[in-house]
Ligand binder design. Structure first.
Ligand code: EPS
Length: 398
């Protein structure tokens, strides 16, 4: 199973192709649109989310609500394209070689979209423009944008549906935004499932939700931005996804890569994570017991040992840096004139941590579905299930 995405933030659409999902998996439009709406919902977003109402269009690979086993093509149109058609036109009179070009902005006033030459610190702007030899930073920032995550969530929705067939569920919640932090130590899977979608910042505690909202409001006033931490969990995984035998087959490595590939994610923890560095081994490793099967009395490993799922809940945390597009300007240098300037913007999110947690669920779902298919194979769902059940029968003999 593999996927590709394409599309610019203000281009016509964001597209993705998912290949390798077995045939005969049932999926509805709502299964995908629900996930897209969850990603759009978080408090702290800027004006763009008022423009977009993400809805999926399927161009191939699903017929009558069932997968065909062929590549699935996903498309989510950008409503903002209307305001950027001229600037981003693939052919003809695009903004590419022009100094200034007039576009219609969301406020319906005429404004200009000049060539972007002022790189924002923290964005792909400078490194990307140098690497791809571009003089208009727009040619980099459009693709670097987190808008791309919309289609990853759509692809993740199919992966989630597939995992559900094996009883596997994935949830997420926000642990921290700026200084507002959930201190609760043991949060159950069912609590996250029941509560996180109810909070505008995806926090399971109503008091901390208020604190997070306050942090965001203050930050917005100051023209600043905030990062934070979210957690993704997956339950009911069988023992044996991933492998210890080679570095690029380790499940923890794959999950960490998937999470860190989300725009603005700077760190990932598995289970106890960095805290394991402060403890003695006897306070880290999860003791093994046996009663009608192997069990653990703790889950500091976060469900993965030796790069293999051990049957416990998979627990992953990721930290997102504050959004680099600030109303409060930071120093930078113009790409052409090399003159110093203070970078400033017209529109930005204050935080996107709640959205990132939904994206986190999606990329984790994709990696787990991939690992499951690597182990059990199958071109139809029925075949995958037969292989899966055979393996469970084998495990029962141990
Ligand atoms: C983004 C900047 C903002 C965000 C955008 C990601 O967009 P704009 O530049 O149009 O105001 O709203 O996120 C989305 C559009 C989305 O769907 O998540 C960036 O620079 O990464």
């Amino acid at each position: 199973m593999r996927y590709l995405t394409a599309g610019e933030s203000h281009g016509k659409a964001i597209t993705g192709i998912l290949e390798g999902i077995p045939a005969n998996l049932e999926i509805t439009r709502e299964d995908i649109d629900r996930e897209l709406a969850r990603r759009q919902g978080g408090y702290g977003r800027g004006g763009r989310m008022k423009i977009e109402t993400d809805q999926i269009e399927i161009l191939s690979g699903i017929r009558g609500g069932k997968t065909l086993g062929s590549p699935i093509t996903f498309q989510i149109k950008n409503d903002d394209w209307e305001n950027w058609q001229q600037v981003l036109a693939p052919f003809g009179n695009s903004g590419y070689d022009q100094e200034e070009i007039t576009i219609k902005k969301e406020e319906k006033v005429k404004a200009v979209a000049p060539k972007v030459t002022k790189p924002r610190p923290g964005h792909a702007d400078l490194a990307g423009s140098l690497k791809y030899n571009q003089t208009d930073i727009r040619n980099v920032l459009e693709r670097a944008s987190a808008r791309e995550t919309a289609v990853r969530v759509a692809i993740g929705a199919v992966a989630k549906k597939f995992l559900q067939q094996f009883g596997i569920e994935i949830v997420s919640h926000v642990l921290q935004i700026g200084r507002a932090k959930l201190e609760e130590e043991e949060v159950s899977f069912s609590k996250i499932k029941a509560k996180s979608d109810q909070s505008p910042v995806r926090c399971i505690d109503s008091q901390i939700t208020e604190e997070m909202i306050k942090e965001i409001d203050i930050c917005k006033e100051e023209g600043n931005s905030l990062g934070g931490i979210f957690e993704v969990r997956a339950n009911s995984l069988p023992v044996g996804l991933g492998s210890h035998v080679h570095w690029d087959r380790k499940l923890d490595g794959k999950l960490a890569q998937a999470l860190i590939s989300i725009q603005a994610i700077k760190g990932v923890e598995i289970g106890l994570g960095f805290e394991a560095g402060e403890r003695e081994g006897s306070n880290v490793h999860d003791e093994i017991g046996y009663q009608d099967g192997f069990y653990r009395s703790s889950n500091n490993a976060g469900g993965i040992e030796g790069g293999i799922s051990n049957g416990e809940e998979v627990v992953l945390k990721a930290v997102m840096k504050p959004i680099p597009t600030l109303y409060q300007p930071l120093s930078s240098v113009d790409l052409e004139t090399k003159e110093e300037f203070k970078a400033s913007v017209e529109r930005s999110d204050v935080t996107a941590v709640p959205a990132a947690s939904v994206v986190g669920e999606a990329v984790v779902a994709v990696e787990l579905a991939k690992a499951l298919l690597e182990k059990f194979g199958g071109d139809s769902l029925e075949e995958t299930k037969m292989n899966y059940n055979n393996y469970l029968a084998l495990l029962e003999q141990r």
